[in-house]
Ligand binder design. Structure first.
Ligand code: 5GP
Length: 178
């Protein structure tokens, strides 16, 4: 199906750049957890699903895939977050790798980490596809990260604008005035 060109988009990361980075992250994570019996990969719904699936295919360590759903009150960067779908797996005494699409203000990740740590995981690490350090309000750790970007609104590779653009194979800056 031919798609209409969208002039509001400016490509920042190509599909090839993303694939290469996901491969490197997969290798690094597999190496770091080489001695682990298994890990629990937690994808944050819905933006990180595309990244998590691709990353998981590059892992040589056994893993359980689980999902946590969140919704933000008062806009995505308010920091007031509610769990809409909890994990199915009990993560107590398990190695947990939380997979995020983007760390922007850090408020969402900060909430999630606090929520997960009280469940007594054996370890808790974070892998984020994108990092926008310029927008940080809370200092949160990202053990693994794909790309750092400047403070722009981006879509694609799981990231949406009103539920659109998630399926783009690349990441683009979205001009919100257009
Ligand atoms: P936070 O500001 O709490 O770090 O990020 C909250 C959430 O806002 C992210 O998980 C992501 O879903 C969304 N978000 C933040 N920045 C962007 C962006 O540039 N583009 C899109 N599509 N979503 C974003």
């Amino acid at each position: 199906m031919e798609k209409k060109e969208d002039h509001s988009l400016e490509v920042l990361l190509t599909a090839e750049q993303i694939t290469a980075k996901v491969n490197i992250l997969g290798e690094t994570i597999s190496r770091d957890y080489a001695d682990a019996y298994e890990i629990v990969l937690v994808a944050v719904l819905r933006g990180s699903v595309y990244f998590t699936v691709d990353l998981s295919r590059q892992l040589s360590v056994p893993f359980i895939l689980d999902f946590i759903g969140i919704s933000s009150y008062g806009g995505s960067s308010s920091g007031v977050v509610r769990i809409t779908k909890d994990l199915d797996v009990n993560i107590a005494q398990k190695h947990v790798l939380l997979v995020e699409d983007i760390v922007d203000t850090g408020l969402t990740l900060n909430y999630l980490l606090k929520n997960l740590i009280i469940r007594n995981p054996l370890s808790l690490k974070v892998c984020t596809f994108l990092d926008m350090p310029g927008r940080r309000i809370v200092d949160v750790p990202a053990d693994y990260k794909g790309f750092e970007l400047p403070d722009v609104f981006v879509v694609g590779y799981g990231l949406d604008y009103h539920e659109r653009y998630r399926n783009l194979p690349y990441v683009a800056k979205k001009n919100l005035e257009g």
